[in-house]
Ligand binder design. Structure first.
Ligand code: GLN
Length: 207
């Protein structure tokens, strides 16, 4: 068990500040990660929303991509939101040619999956491990096209044209959402992740 864990937010691009704010509010030691040495201090990592192709290029430029892959292999808990979900995916549809990811999550994601007309929207959904609906904000979001057998589906789109699409998943210490739980003032999804980092919590027994 880890108490008062250090949780990094990958800070090469994207909505870093919002995640730092939510994490600090949950009482963890939240800090930015831009250099490999900063990753060494982390018990967990958030990969924020932003733009996955830019984020991957910058992670490569800052010599972070291989250390990130290594830490994920070693079992570092990582929570990816939106572009961060894409960064954790083993396979990307509608990526740019040669788009790199950190990988680790046995999922196929489709970038910008909800289409132009509904590229940004919000709604309530149920998420495994939480009681009561989560307000989910989607911004040019990916969805999860398919999952490997070790991946647990945490949430699906409850209605509308994309009904049933997978928008939150978890595989061991890796968690990802298509939406942005760092906006909107509900810290419960981050709390689930902090519980994972600390080695307890409602998702823990689920393998
Ligand atoms: N569409 C972006 C991408 O492909 C993700 C959008 C977001 O993170 N809000 O990386």
């Amino acid at each position: 068990m880890v108490t008062r864990p250090t949780i990094g937010v990958l800070a090469v691009q994207g909505d870093v500040r919002e995640h730092l704010g939510v994490l600090a509010g949950l009482g963890v030691d939240a800090r930015t990660v831009r250099r490999p040495a900063e990753l060494d201090d982390c018990d967990g990592l958030v990969v924020p929303g932003g733009e996955s192709t830019t984020m991957a290029k910058l992670a490569r430029t800052f010599d972070l991509l291989e250390p990130l892959r290594q830490r994920v292999k070693e079992g570092l808990p990582v929570f990816g939101t939106c572009a961060g979900m894409i960064m954790l995916a083993d396979r990307v549809e509608d990526g740019v040619p040669g788009q790199e990811t950190i990988g680790g999550l046995d999922i196929t994601v489709r970038r910008n999956a909800f289409g132009r007309q509904v590229d940004s929207f919000e709604g309530d959904l149920e998420l495994v491990g939480l009681t009561g609906p989560v307000h989910a904000v989607f911004i040019r979001a990916p969805w999860v096209e398919s999952v490997g057998e070790d991946v647990e589906v945490l949430a699906r789109v409850p209605h509308g044209p994309a009904v049933g699409r997978i928008v939150a998943v978890r595989q061991g210490p890796l968690m990802a959402t298509s939406f942005h739980p760092e906006v909107g003032g509900d810290p419960r999804v981050h709390r689930l992740f902090v519980d994972l980092v600390e080695g307890h919590g409602s998702l823990d027994h689920r393998g």
